[in-house]
Design a protein around this ligand. Structure first.
Ligand code: FE2
Length: 449
């Protein structure tokens, strides 16, 4: 055995947020895969062999599959303030800042910044990442850099690179050729930005090109789609119809779709049915869109989020993404998935008792479906990859509420990050200094003695 984890709480595989009763022991074999999951301790399972390999004590903490980041921009990350800060915080000033910064890109610069953010993500338990990479650059500098980074981290992280035509496929000189060149060099996913194209017809045609390229190369599609407050921006229906007709279905994703936050009831109902039939996934990015949308509105002011709650209820797979990390569109962020889940669940009003654990699924299992991770690559089951997080919290809801960092991050049976407990001691009047754990005095359920 490579590793034995003792005393872990586990979730039901198909019921978000619902714990299996009792504590478990998880063993990872020499091949880096989960070899055995059994009730914890010899008393519970006398047939269990003695612990072997590296011993990890979960202390009743939750063990789940690692976090998955379905939408980030590693090529723009960590450029905030360079060459100048985005003083207004708006999308348009951000584009102007990035346009100036983009002219100074070098391979070493992109490698260094992307690697640093991936280090932050791994430290916080994110082991599967889909990044978008601007390919409206005749040199494809950032793409080449990210392809290099993808190989460097392959041993313990999945990095999917989306060829993202930030300035358009048809509205940028040689946009289609650059998209195709990016795919030829090794991009994993085909992007598009239909609402940014010059005309509606160009937008529709650009999605046609993205799907054609994806089908030719056996790739997935992930478009920045309807990231605008204009309620007439309706490219998500085009993307869903193409996903249905091409058979790409769940291999296609519409990211952002903020215009959906402005659609009326009749059209929304039509869309819910179409999206559910199509099988496509949605990625909502609460940090970027709470900030960037609604800037033209007087009060009442829209907050620019897609229809998260309604689409989940309709059976559509929806995940939360971080999007920008310290770049011209978001000066903050550390790539923390539990921060994304917290902000996302408040933004989408997923505050019902059963909805909060759903937000955890949106940065784990649901995001894994967006990336297309297989049962062998992702999940807590015998035979699956021995990659997981062990949290200092007993439930998904508590992990989000307390904003914990994983006690252990494990990739293929090897500890890649560990965060020792950092207790806060409070000297309350009349009492000896005591640790504050932010738990209720009567336990997780709040039961009275
Ligand atoms: Fe984005």
């Amino acid at each position: 055995m490579r590793m034995t984890v003792r005393g872990a709480r586990l979730l039901h595989a198909d019921r978000p947020g619902v714990l299996r009763p009792g504590l478990y022991e998880v063993r990872v074999g020499p091949d880096g895969r989960i070899a055995r999951i059994s009730p914890d301790g010899a008393a519970a399972d006398p047939s269990a062999p003695p612990a072997a390999g590296v011993l990890v004590e979960a202390d009743g903490g939750l063990l789940t599959a690692p976090f998955v980041e379905p939408h980030i921009h590693l090529d723009t990350a960590l450029t905030a303030g360079d060459p100048r800060p985005n003083a207004s915080g708006t999308l348009w000033e951000g584009i102007a800042c990035w346009s100036a910064r983009k002219r100074t890109l070098t391979r070493e610069d992109v490698v260094a910044r992307a690697t640093e953010v991936l280090r932050w993500q791994a430290a916080q338990g994110v082991l599967h990442v889909r990044t978008h990479c601007d390919v409206t650059d005749p040199q494809l500098t950032a793409l080449d850099a990210l392809l290099e980074v993808r190989e460097r981290v392959r041993e313990f992280m999945t990095l999917q690179i989306t060829a993202f035509p930030q300035e358009g496929i048809l509205s940028f000189p040689d946009g289609e050729a650059l998209l195709r060149a990016a795919v030829a060099r090794g991009a994993d996913v085909v992007g598009a930005i239909p609402h940014f194209e010059d005309t509606r017809e160009d937008g529709v045609a650009s999605l046609g090109i993205a799907f054609a390229v994806a089908e030719e190369h056996g790739l997935r599609v992930d478009a920045h789609c309807d990231e605008i407050d204009d309620e007439h921006s309706r490219f998500v229906e085009v993307l869903a119809a193409l996903a249905l007709r091409s058979g790409l279905r769940e291999r296609a994703t519409a990211s952002h779709t903020t215009a959906m936050g402005s659609y009326g009831g009749a059209y929304s109902l039509k869309l819910q049915r179409l999206l559910a039939r199509s099988g496509i996934g949605l990625v909502a990015n609460p940090f970027a869109n709470l900030n960037l949308q609604g800037r033209f509105d007087a009060y009442p002011k829209r907050r620019g989020l897609t229809q998260v709650k309604e689409m989940l209820a309709a059976g559509v797979n929806v995940a939360f993404g971080h999007d920008d990390v310290m770049d011209p569109w978001n000066a903050l962020g550390t790539g923390n998935p539990l921060q994304t889940a917290l902000v996302g669940l408040y933004a989408a009003q997923l505050t019902g008792a059963d909805e909060i654990p759903e937000a955890y699924a949106m940065v784990t299992d649901r995001a894994a479906r967006i990336l297309g991770l297989t049962a062998a690559e992702y999940g807590i089951a015998e035979g699956a990859a021995g990659s997981f997080v062990v949290l200092p919290a007993p439930t998904p809801t508590e992990a989000i509420r307390r904003q914990v960092r994983p006690r252990y991050v494990v990739a293929h049976g090897k500890v890649v990050a560990q965060t020792p407990p950092a207790p806060t001691l409070l000297s309350w009047p009349g009492e000896e200094p005591a640790e504050v754990d932010f738990g209720r005095p009567h336990g997780e359920q709040g039961e009275l003695p």
